[in-house]
Every structure is written in structure tokens, then in C-alpha cells.
Design a protein around this ligand. Structure first.
Ligand code: G3H
Ligand code: 13P
Ligand code: ZN
Length: 391
């Protein structure tokens, strides 16, 4: 493997208003909005699992003029494809292509936690290269033996993906270090290891990836720490890693997995609904009260250290579920299921708008259609009213 890795082909023409994830994220690292250059911002990668999730995200991007990043886990693709991930890719991508065509912003589609280790993983990754605009090759953990993948193997497997994806214009995200928590319904890790600075230089040079997920203490899922305690990320390590990456190529961007902050008002809203419904399941109430996200100041620290793609799934799932509880509490005998669907989709849209504003990802492709300083994320107020209050 002495040959130089292929550079990303940036001349590839994707369908209308679609581009590689790297194109959007490097723009954020440079702080580019329209023709202006300012402070760096981040592009949240929203894990979408349903058509309504796609609609909610697209609406949020449009309202804010944001760079949009839609991510698909293997299990989400199974869900779209009724068990068949490749069919799921076809179904989801043809829908997004139509949505993007009428969009006022640019979006990217990304395979989240794809792996090139297992046979099924390789099959999905190869299919994703044909259909998406970006892929993750997560080869840092040997999930069968529950150990960290040896560096040499992680490099070789990731490089195979870069060889396949970069010439056709798809950005590749690698992972170095082991992240704790559940990353897919089939893959989870009880342990975590920080990214090793000595290994970073070799990994980046030999794989050629332009997007990398190092591990600095974030974690997947709704229990990122003990209730009442603040999650502390290794921000000094993030800066050390950034320095190494920038010396190789300042277009390399870092990705924060497990970047959900979790909104306290969402948990409070859910608990209120459970109380009002007299729900006997006190264990569920306790679960809502025990959820712990990573405080935004920690994520901001990462953004300053070049983590310009921030993966956000759990907090949006929580918002959806809290809204469903609220809808059922308000009316549990409405036969028109579109009403429940709309309540949950509107809530998801609010959650997405809130995170895009926090990340500074607005006014990138056009001026926001709402006043971002006036937007208030509140599950008790309809999306229509929140938008008009911020107009
Ligand atoms: O990090 C990954 C996501 O949270 C994926 O979750 O496999 O249940 O869609 P999922
Ligand atoms: P959260 O569980 O914090 O939302 O992280 C999601 C993620 O990293 C998807 O890749
Ligand atoms: Zn992840």
C-alpha cells in the first residue's frame, strides 16, 4: 500500500442541490456563508429513519438556509427497505433526490457507521457508494471479538473504501479509537479508548480520508453520564489532534459522534405528559429523568477544535417520543393518524431548527426565513406559532 491514496474528486456532478458531505463540512470549518467568511460553525448530521424525519429535516434546512446532512444507519436502511438495506437505500435516495430538486439549499446523504469488515457491511457500503454522496467506513472496532481493530487492519480496510469512493466524488469518514455506547442496533461497545496522537498521522496519511471521527470522550445514546454529573470531554486532546491533522491537510475535518446535548425541556415535557396521563409506569418516568446529554459548551469546545460535523440522533428521537406522548395525552381517540404524525413531525422540525441555530449553521445558502435570535424551542407551542413569533 505504498501508492498515494486517491484525492477526492470534487468535479463529480450529483443530482440537483446535492453534494458530498465533505464539501458542506469543510465550508463550515472555514466559516463560509454565501460569499462571506466568518467564524467556523458545525453541520449537524441528523440520523433519519422515516420519511417524516426527512421532511422535518428538509423543512428546517429550508427555513434557515442551512447546509443539510442526512445520515442513515444500517438499521435505518433496514427500516426503509423492510429488512433489505440495499432496497432501503433505493427507496430513501429516490425520495431525497426529488425533495432536493425543489430545495433552496444544498444537502448531502451519508452512510453512518458503515463498516468494511463484515460481509453484510461490505455489501451495504458498496451499494451506498453507488447511491449516496458520502460514506462512513467505521472499521475501528472488531464487533465480533469485542476488541479494538488493530491499526494496520483499520487502515487497510478504510483505504479500500477510499479507493472506491474518492474517485467517484464521495467523501469518506474513518474512525480511530473506540467509542462507547450503541452505534447501531447490532453493534455496541461497553468500552472506549481515546484516539492515539501517534496513530493519527499514520492513519490520515495512509487512508487519505478527509473526515475523521476521533474519540475524545463522547458517547452514543441517552445516558452519556451519571444523572446530576456533567460530561467532560477531552478538549485538550481534540486540539492536539487538530494540530496534527491541519499539518497534513487543513481540509481534514473531524466528526463528533454522540453529539446529542438532550434538551431538558423535552424530558420535562415528557414527564409532565406521563404524570397527567396517570401512567403507572414509574420506571419510564425515571428513565426520562435519568437521561444525560453532553452540555453544549463541551460540544462548542469541540467545534473550535475542528469538529465541524456533529452527529445528532438521540435528542431528536426523544423529541419525537415526547411529542407522541403529548399528542396521546391531548387526544388518544383520534382516528386520523395523520394528526399524530403531524404533531411528531412538527416537533422533530423544532428540534432540528434548534440544533442548527446552536451550531451556527444558518444563512449558508440564503438568509434565514426566520429571526434565529427569536426562535424558542418549546414543545407546548405549535411549529406554526413558533415560526410566526420568530418572523
Ligand atoms: O450512532 C448511531 C445511531 O444512533 C444509530 O441508531 O441504528 O438505531 O438507527 P440506529
Ligand atoms: P447521539 O446518540 O448522541 O445522538 O449520537 C448519534 C451518532 O453519533 C450517530 O452516528
Ligand atoms: Zn455515531
Amino acid at each position: 500500500m505504498s501508492k498515494q491514496p486517491p484525492v477526492l474528486n470534487t468535479t463529480r456532478k450529483f443530482p440537483d442541490n446535492m453534494t458530498s458531505a465533505h464539501a458542506l463540512v469543510v465550508k463550515a470549518k472555514r466559516g463560509e456563508k454565501g460569499n462571506a467568511k466568518g467564524k467556523g460553525y458545525a453541520v449537524p448530521a441528523f440520523n433519519v429513519t422515516t420519511f417524516q424525519g426527512i421532511n422535518a429535516a428538509m423543512k428546517a434546512f429550508e427555513l434557515l438556509g442551512s447546509s443539510g446532512l442526512l445520515a442513515f444507519s444500517n438499521s435505518a436502511l433496514k427500516h426503509f427497505g423492510e429488512g433489505d438495506q440495499v432496497f432501503g437505500l433505493d427507496v430513501a435516495t429516490s425520495y431525497i433526490k426529488k425533495m432536493a430538486k425543489k430545495s433552496s439549499v444544498k444537502i448531502a446523504t451519508h452512510l453512518d457507521h458503515g463498516d468494511y469488515i463484515t460481509e453484510p457491511g461490505r455489501k451495504v457500503l458498496q451499494a451506498a457508494v453507488q447511491r449516496l454522496t458520502s460514506v462512513m467506513a467505521d472499521n475501528s472496532t472488531d464487533h465480533i471479538n469485542k476488541i479494538a481493530m488493530p491499526l494496520k487492519d483499520n487502515i487497510e480496510l478504510t483505504r479500500e473504501v477510499v479507493d472506491m469512493a474518492h474517485p467517484v466524488g464521495l467523501s469518506v469518514e474513518g474512525e480511530l479509537g473506540v467509542l462507547a455506547g450503541e452505534e447501531d442496533e447490532d453493534t455496541k461497545s461497553e468500552f472506549s479508548t481515546y484516539t492515539n496522537t501517534d496513530e493519527l498521522d499514520q492513519f490520515l496519511k495512509e487512508t487519505g480520508v478527509l473526515m475523521l471521527a476521533p474519540t475524545i470522550g463522547t458517547m452514543h445514546g441517552p445516558n452519556k453520564g451519571k444523572p446530576g454529573q456533567k460530561v467532560k470531554l477531552n478538549i485538550p486532546l481534540a486540539h492536539d489532534l487538530l494540530k496534527i491533522a491541519n499539518e497534513i491537510n487543513d481540509e481534514i475535518v473531524f466528526v463528533a459522534h454522540g453529539a446529542s446535548t438532550l434538551y431538558p425541556q423535552v424530558a420535562e415535557y415528557a414527564v409532565k405528559q406521563l404524570n397527567e396521563m396517570g401512567n403507572g409506569k414509574s420506571a419510564d418516568r425515571q428513565k426520562w429523568q435519568d437521561f444525560v446529554g453532553t452540555d453544549w459548551d463541551q460540544i462548542e469546545g469541540l467545534i473550535e477544535a475542528g469538529f465541524c460535523k456533529i452527529n445528532t440522533d438521540t435528542e431528536n428521537r426523544q423529541t419525537f417520543l415526547a411529542a407522541l406522548l403529548g399528542a396521546i395525552n391531548e387526544n388518544s381517540a383520534k382516528i386520523d393518524i395523520r394528526w399524530y404524525d403531524n404533531q411528531c413531525t412538527d416537533a422533530l422540525t423544532k428540534s432540528y431548527i434548534q440544533k442548527l441555530i446552536m451550531a451556527g449553521n444558518y444563512g449558508v445558502w440564503h438568509e434565514p426565513k426566520i429571526n434565529v435570535d427569536k426562535f424558542k424551542f418549546d414543545l407546548g407551542i405549535s411549529l406554526k406559532d413558533l415560526i410566526s413569533q420568530a418572523s
